[in-house]
Design a protein around this ligand. Sequence first.
Ligand code: HEM
Length: 149
Amino acid sequence: MEVLYIALQHAHSGLRWVVLALLIAAIVKAGGKRRGGTVYPGKDKLALFALISVHLQLIIGLVLYLWLSPLVSFAGDVMGNSVTRFYTVEHLLGMIIGIALVTIGYSKAKRQAELNKGWKTIGTFYLIGLLVILVSIPWPFRNLGAGWF
Ligand code: HEM
């Protein structure tokens, strides 16, 4: 279990950069297309890959949360310790909201394809989702024991 924990922790930590890069790329693309007046195709590959990357983080995160991470706790003074509080409550809630925004944005845009509002929807929902995800990441300067990779 120890090996699996270390492997998933590293995968989850490194994947953050993939998530951030794909979200930013999808937002920039949506912004440019909107100004260019291009019709949303119903499914944008970049928006889809960004969606998949956050769902992958959700799955790995849930495995860490439910079975492997010693930083998640439901016993003792969970709220009094800033590290257990962060991983047990704040990181989970923030990321669920961020991932939900990206998911809603993608599926809403798909339905708006003919109305040509899709790019705007992707841009808006992904941007707010990205901001929520950014503030929910345990960046090293927040002293939560996590690294850059
Ligand atoms: C886009 C979504 C997410 C991103 C970018 C993200 C990012 C991160 C990062 C950077 C760490 C620190 C890893 C380290 O360096 O030690 C971390 C830890 C953790 N994340 Fe996430 N996370 C996401 C979603 C989730 C979700 C949805 C859950 C729970 C369901 C979750 C559960 C955890 C847990 C339990 C840890 C602590 C692992 C440990 O024991 O070190 N994450 N996350």
